[in-house]
Design a protein around this ligand. Structure first.
Ligand code: SF4
Ligand code: SF4
Ligand code: FES
Length: 235
């Protein structure tokens, strides 16, 4: 058996303790699901795919943000004890469910949508797999929008308007996409005080990202592109 403390309530609330049976290959999401199905059906939490694709199951486990469907209890439990809380840096709706609106609104503020220049009457634009831009895009494109990085970033905690590592990583992958036609507007959107220049390069996002992405590297790339554009007089 394992003793599990789970956050109950919203911003105001308290941890509630549950006793959960241990199993081989048990994930943290399995533990939360057991509590909700067997012990307290009023527990609110969020998940969808259970295989590390949808990004909806992230929580704070023993003080660290993690994707819970791919986090084994063996790796994180200490003396058969675990503390599970909602992600930090986001408003809590109830129990383990956070309000993700601000997180995704910041993707929009960073102009995180692709904007091509070709019409449907033209052929597909070809991108060479080994071109530098394509290689840079590959390094950041597998983001699942889990907000683990966002929740781990001290700058987001200190200044809530900061766009944060995920939105900036998304902007970086689009700036590197040679088919995209909105790079300058995007650089303008991330160049302000709430953008990439607020990053302190502390690397928490990169250390925590479950997909092995380095938003820190993308943010450094954006800073370089902005400096070049300013030097050229295009920004
Ligand atoms: S490197 Fe930048 S974006 Fe990443 S956690 Fe640190 S301050 Fe936040
Ligand atoms: S960059 Fe990594 S940690 Fe951040 S939202 Fe994307 S997948 Fe999650
Ligand atoms: S449930 Fe989809 S990533 Fe965990």
């Amino acid at each position: 058996m394992m003793q599990v403390k789970v956050w109950r309530g919203s911003a105001e609330g308290a941890f509630q303790q549950f006793e959960v049976p241990r199993h081989a290959s048990q994930t943290v999401l399995d533990v939360v699901t057991h509590i909700q199905r067997m012990l307290d059906p009023t527990l609110a939490y969020r998940f969808a795919c259970r295989v590390g694709m949808c990004g909806s199951c992230a929580m704070t486990v023993n003080g660290v943000a993690r994707w819970t469907c791919r986090t084994h209890v063996d790796k994180v439990a200490q003396n058969d004890q675990m503390e599970i809380a909602p992600l930090r840096n986001l408003p809590v709706i109830r129990d383990l469910v956070t309000d993700m609106r601000e997180f995704f609104n910041k993707w929009a503020k960073a102009k995180g949508q692709f904007s091509g220049s070709l019409t449907k009457n033209e052929d597909f634009q070809k991108v060479k797999p080994d071109s530098p831009g394509r290689v840079a895009v590959d390094a950041g494109i597998e983001c699942i929008g889990c907000a683990v990085c966002y929740s781990s970033c001290d700058v987001v905690a200190a200044r809530p308007d900061y766009l944060g590592p995920a939105a900036l990583n998304r902007a970086w992958t689009l700036v590197q996409d040679e088919r995209d036609a909105m790079s300058m507007e995007r650089l303008r959107a991330v160049a302000g005080d709430a953008g990439c220049h607020s990053c302190h390069t502390h690397m928490s996002c990169t250390e925590r990202c479950p997909k092995g992405i380095s938003p820190t590297a993308g943010i450094a790339g954006l800073k370089r592109e902005i400096a070049r554009a300013v030097w050229r007089g295009t920004l």
